[in-house]
Design a protein. Structure first.
Length: 196
């Protein structure tokens, strides 16, 4: 049986390789264009075979979105951990304001966000991943003790929260990353806040 120390080392190594592949892929996508960059190009830049690339990512698109599912689980856990009795919209605002910067900092800088926005295949994959993330967060919102939220309301609140984050990100991109992202998120959540 493998020791915990050895497993931990293997996981850190795997994360390091995934991070390196994501950085190399992004640089190639920006330089050559997403469509003109192949998996072989990314693997060669990293000194790996195409087969090795697929040990780390199931597809070319996933190289930019690899950690989204782990982040989704962590955000959902943060939703569950909020104080009992806190209103669902306030829960989403607090958690997503805190995690918004981490989510984007994990993989997406300005170049990556612009690439995703301008590439239909990447935008489609991003929306697919966001749907999965919204489902996890909506479920977590319903699972909070004493909320009594039905699926429709939880889905609606979560979708509105996602729209707030999207609008804040687009505004941040329009101003070349000079605006305070936290303030943009606060502004969007305030504008979309449900009535009493």
């Amino acid at each position: 049986m493998e020791s915990a120390e050895r497993q931990g080392l293997r996981q850190r190594t795997r994360r390091a390789v995934r991070t390196e592949l994501a950085e190399l892929a992004l640089a190639l996508f920006v330089e050559r264009g997403y469509e003109d960059t192949t998996v072989e190009d990314i693997a060669a830049a990293a000194g790996l075979s195409k087969r090795s690339f697929f040990r780390y990512f199931p597809s070319k698109e996933d190289v930019l979105f690899g950690d989204v599912e782990d982040l989704a689980d962590r955000v959902a856990d943060a939703v569950r951990a909020r104080p009992a009795g806190e209103e669902p919209w306030a829960v989403l605002h607090a958690v997503l304001r805190e995690w918004e910067a981490r989510i984007h900092a994990a993989q997406w800088d300005m170049a990556a966000l612009r690439l995703i926005e301008s590439t239909p295949a990447l935008r489609a994959r991003l929306h697919q991943r966001r749907d999965g993330m919204r489902d996890r967060i909506s479920t977590a919102l319903r699972e909070r003790p004493g909320t009594g939220l039905d699926t429709f309301t939880a889905d609606l609140l979560t979708a509105c929260a996602a729209a707030a984050i999207d609008a804040a990100t687009r505004e941040w991109l329009r101003h070349d990353g000079t605006d305070d992202r936290g303030e943009l998120v606060d502004r969007a959540f305030t504008m979309l806040a449900p009535g009493p």
